[in-house]
Design a binder for this molecule. Structure first.
Ligand code: GLC
Length: 550
């Protein structure tokens, strides 16, 4: 199986994209309606967050039936129409497979609770809990009915971890993937897939809340090879990506190396923790540029040298908007949005755009705690209060960090509810929708810059295939890298700050051609000045020179 490195993925959170029924919840028909918009943007694949039957405790990541459509989002006929219509627009679908856990309302768990031994072995049951901490707070074990046993839930109490050591479980889960393949789906995003191989002996571990006991265990690689062989490995084309929680480079190389036959590519999150105080999410800290640069360089370089492949992204449904985190949005929203885009779209890996990013959407800036609905945020707020924070302090943290930030309705126009729904949206719209919306932005600098980036990746093999080389590693304000392909060279300079900075350009690039910038044309010379949040990509067709960008 091979995947096409020229492709760009667009992520849609179906619940918030476009509501066609007026129930306040986005739906599959809403996505069909917006396919021409997506074609205009130029994306090749759309990744849809879960739309399966689910009690929605974790917005669909708590699945109670893997092979059906939640009526809130439409019907199977709508889905089939979506696959067909997308194809007509040159777009493929990527579905979210949540195979590490299922909802406690799933019939497997219900049968297990009712005493069925066969299904009890689908879950991870123990007489005594370990000290592992759930990723949504509290202990990761909960009483299993009145049996005196405990079941493992690495996430919410309603998300029971599945026992991958049981071959019957693996068989059932492979059937799920094959069901969607039979509907014509060739793209899959595997949720927290590096957590499926819990250690055989489940022990207490004080380090990192117990994570080493169940993260990136060698057996996870074995299961992925098995999954690949039994399902998508049989497809000629397609695309698979694994979400890797708390991972490292050697494991990610292994997950994504073509010879491993596991996955095409991996998401890691280290670069989105550079504004965490002591690695803790629920804190406030300006981002650490040195750390960000170092992470991009080490991951970029090592994945390139060892032939791993990364999914490149700034935003998704679990992250506050990158613009709010990394950019002076009051003065430089457009420059910042385009610079951030170039910093990943011109890099080595597959770029992912999260809905709204292409128009520079921002966090909603809610005024009160009652606007937030996400289970993780609500738990975190309580924990912050318990730990001694005042209500105002705790609220400020939720405002900056909540996953609801990115889940707000897509801003289509300046009419009520941002043109998302005629009913009451399940989550309140953001404050900026009257100015920042598709209608206003589609011919503006951000959207057109994204179109350009997508086109360039398709037109230039150096962008899709070139190796990654870090550049100007010691520059205090600029994140820069080179791409190499044969004799071709591409230098990408990204000023991450709201002030001008100087760069000494090596001779070979002084005669290069400016491929792209988010500021008007400039002349190349020995010394150049980058404007606030400027990105500048310089292409050299035949470098011939060994000049290094220090
Ligand atoms: C992933 C999803 C997140 C979800 C969690 C549990 O991290 O992206 O939204 O809550 O897995 O399924």
């Amino acid at each position: 199986m091979t995947f096409d490195k020229r492709k760009v993925v667009y992520q849609i959170y179906p619940k918030s994209y476009k509501d066609t029924t007026g129930n306040g919840i986005g739906d599959l028909r809403g996505i069909i309606e917006k396919l021409p918009y997506l074609e205009e943007l130029g994306v090749d694949v759309i990744w849809l967050n879960p739309f399966y039957p689910s009690p929605q405790r974790d917005n669909g990541y708590d699945i109670s039936d893997y092979t059906a459509i939640n009526p809130l989002f439409g019907s199977m006929a709508d889905f089939e129409e979506l696959v067909q219509a997308a194809k007509e627009h040159g777009i493929e679908l990527m579905l979210d497979m949540v195979l590490n856990h299922c909802s406690t309302e799933h019939e497997w768990f219900q049968k297990a609770l009712a005493g069925d031994k066969y299904y009890q072995d689908f879950f991870i049951l123990r007489d005594q809990p370990t000290n592992w901490v759930s990723k949504f707070g509290g202990n990761a074990w909960a009483p299993f009915g009145d049996t005196g046993k405990y079941y493992l839930h690495l996430f919410d109490i309603s998300q029971a971890d599945l026992n991958w050591r049981n071959p019957h479980v693996r068989k059932e889960l492979f059937k799920v993937v094959n069901f969607w393949r039979s509907k014509g789906v060739k793209g899959f995003r595997f949720d927290v897939i590096n957590l499926i191989g819990k250690d055989e002996e489940l022990k207490d571990n004080d380090a990192f809340d117990g994570k080493p006991e169940y993260t990136d265990r060698p057996i996870a690689h074995d299961y992925l090879k098995e999954l690949n062989q039994a399902t998508y490995g049989q497809d000629e084309d397609g695309m698979t990506v694994g979400e890797m929680s708390f991972t490292d480079i050697p494991n990610c190389i292994q997950y994504s190396h073509p010879d491993s036959h596991e996955l095409d590519m991996v998401f890691n999150f280290h670069h989105l923790k550079v504004d965490y105080e002591n690695g803790q999410k629920w804190t406030l800290k300006p981002f650490d540029f040195e750390e960000l640069k170092h992470l991009f360089h080490t991951w970029g370089q090592e994945m390139s040298e060892e032939n791993g492949w990364s999914a490149l992204f700034w935003n998704n449904h679990d992250q506050p908007r990158a613009l709010n985190r990394f950019v002076d949005i009051e003065h430089f929203r457009k420059e910042g949005a385009t610079m951030l885009a170039a910093a990943i779209h011109l890099s080595r890996g597959t770029p992912y755009i999260y809905m709204g990013e292409e128009i520079g959407m921002l966090d909603p800036d809610y005024d009160t705690m009652s606007d937030y609905v996400d289970v993780e945020s609500l738990n975190a707020y309580q924990e912050l209060l318990t730990s001694g924070k005042t209500e105002a302090e705790a609220f400020a943290i939720i405002q900056a960090k909540s996953r609801d930030n990115s889940r707000i309705p897509m801003q289509w126009n300046g009419s009520e509810n941002a043109g998302f729904s005629k009913g009451t949206p399940w989550l309140k719209v953001g404050k900026t929708y009257r100015e920042i919306n598709v209608e206003n932005e589609k011919s503006g600098p951000i959207f057109t810059f994204y179109q350009q980036l997508i086109r360039l990746r398709k037109a230039m093999p150096i962008i899709a295939e070139g190796s990654y080389q870090s550049a100007y590693q010691d520059h205090p304000n600029v994140y820069a890298f080179e791409r190499h392909l044969g004799d071709e060279r591409l230098l990408v300079l990204n000023n991450f700050f709201a002030k001008e900075v100087d760069i000494d350009l090596p001779e070979s690039y002084q005669s290069g051609k400016i491929l792209l910038s988010n500021y008007p044309e400039m002349a190349l010379s020995e010394k150049i000045t980058l404007k606030p949040y400027q990105t500048l990509a310089i292409y050299q067709e035949k470098s011939g020179s060994k000049d290094n960008c220090q």
